[in-house]
Each structure stands twice: as structure tokens, then as C-alpha cells.
Design a protein around this ligand. Structure first.
Ligand code: URA
Length: 231
């Protein structure tokens, strides 16, 4: 991680304060004064501030059950941030791992570990996300095949990656996708002439939503590890 971020994670300093102590020459990495805040540091580096050894706080990994009319961003002109539901210290240091629309409910992860969230959001890692979808019109059987082969979304250069559709009843389906294009589920159904009227994310990878609406919990060690090991 960057040296200024490491200082924030190991002290109570804000990013601008961390930059200031770096520029003043008070930070040593393996005995050498480092003033460049962008320097990359690793767990095994010995980093001191005014002679005091710094240790980074452990990263945090959280699931939240997103209610309607909240947003997965820190600020919004219309809706409150979903982070308002996470009553822990320094919640503003957390970022959303993939976003849901304001009118979508369900499973959202937040963390301060950027490498971990990358494993979940990059299409390269094929991390499955399962959505329960309520539709305006009944869904035809052949949509299963269409989604498996990929559909063309407006404005996209390539077809969607193979997606698995399970029909629960004529107007309710479970859809599993491994990428996260903007409004992807709504646009996939728009591409076949249907319309999403309700959208809820139930599962990411092997982790299913199991907290009440508006509540959150820390992920278990095995849940956290399951994404570190994503192929
Ligand atoms: N796809 C959408 O269209 N919206 C979401 O919130 C998530 C996936």
C-alpha cells in the first residue's frame, strides 16, 4: 500500500496530516527517511514515525443488507449513504465493493482492503453474484439460452458474459452474473424487451445475505478468505 495510506491506517492522522509528517522527514522506512507519500510499502517493512514503530490496523470486511432508497456512495444529493447504517469507528475509510442502484436491495460488502474488493469486482476473477429479479412481463423459457450465450447491451462493444437464469415463477427469476456493468441486470432484461420491477442481491461468491434489512455484520475469516482464493 502507499506510505501515506499506511500512516493513516496505523495512526489517527488524516491523509493531509500524514503527508505533512512525511514531508517533515519524521518517517523512516527500514531506517531511511522517506518523504514521497506514494512510496509503496509492505507488511515486512519497518516503518517509524518520530522513532515510534507503526503497525497497521487490521482491514475490515463487512456485509450490509441494503434497504431501498439508499446509495452506495459517500455523498448523494437525493438519498442517504448506505454507510450511515454502519455504526463503527472510521466508517468513512470503508469503500463499497460494487454498487447497487438506489432502488435495489440486498447484499453489499464494504471494506478498506482494495486488493480484496478487486477480486470480487473484476470480471477476470468470474466472481458470481446472484440476483432475485421481479419482472413486468412473464419470462419465456428461451431467455435462459439467450443469457447463457450473452446479450448485447446498448452502448457496449461486446456481449454480456454467460449468465445463468433460473425461473422461479413466470415473473420472478434468479440471475447469476459474473460481471458488474452499469445497471447490468436491468439492461439485460431491457435487451430482451422486458422490464425489471424489483431487484435484490442475495449472494456474492459463496456468501449469502443473512442479516436483517438495514443491519450489518463483520464477515467471518473463512468468508474473507474465500475471495482471497478466487481463481
Ligand atoms: N444490476 C442493476 O441493474 N442494478 C443493480 O443495482 C445491480 C445490478
Amino acid at each position: 500500500m502507499r506510505l501515506d495510506k499506511f500512516i493513516c491506517k496505523s495512526t489517527e492522522l488524516a491523509r493531509t496530516e500524514a503527508t505533512a509528517v512525511l514531508h517533515s522527514g519524521k518517517v523512516l522506512v527500514n531506517g531511511e527517511v522517506i518523504k514521497d507519500e506514494a512510496t509503496q510499502v509492505h507488511e515486512n517493512n519497518r516503518i517509524t514515525l518520530s522513532g515510534k514503530l507503526l503497525t497497521a490496523r487490521a482491514s475490515r470486511y463487512i456485509m450490509i443488507h441494503k434497504p431501498l432508497d439508499t446509495v452506495c456512495s459517500n455523498v448523494d444529493d437525493v438519498y442517504p449513504s448506505l454507510l450511515n447504517h454502519v455504526d463503527i469507528d472510521k466508517s468513512r475509510d470503508l469503500h463499497f465493493v460494487g454498487r447497487l442502484d438506489a432502488d435495489t436491495t440486498g447484499l453489499v460488502f464494504v471494506t478498506d482492503d482494495g486488493r480484496w474488493s478487486y477480486n470480487i469486482t473484476t470480471p477476470k476473477k468470474q466472481c458470481a453474484k446472484v440476483y432475485r429479479v421481479n419482472l413486468r412481463d412473464t419470462v419465456a423459457e428461451d431467455v435462459t439460452i439467450k443469457f447463457l450465450h450473452g446479450v448485447q447491451l446498448q452502448g457496449e462493444a461486446s456481449l454480456t458474459l454467460p449468465a445463468v437464469l433460473e425461473i422461479v415463477n413466470p415473473r420472478e427469476v434468479l440471475l447469476t452474473i459474473t460481471e458488474g456493468k452499469f445497471h447490468q441486470v436491468k439492461r439485460m432484461f431491457a435487451a430482451i424487451g422486458n422490464r425489471v420491477e424489483g431487484l435484490h442481491r442475495e449472494k456474492i461468491g459463496d456468501v449469502s445475505l443473512d442479516v436483517d434489512i438495514g443491519s450489518w455484520r463483520f464477515l467471518t475469516e473463512s468468508e474473507i478468505q474465500s475471495f482471497k482464493n478466487e481463481a
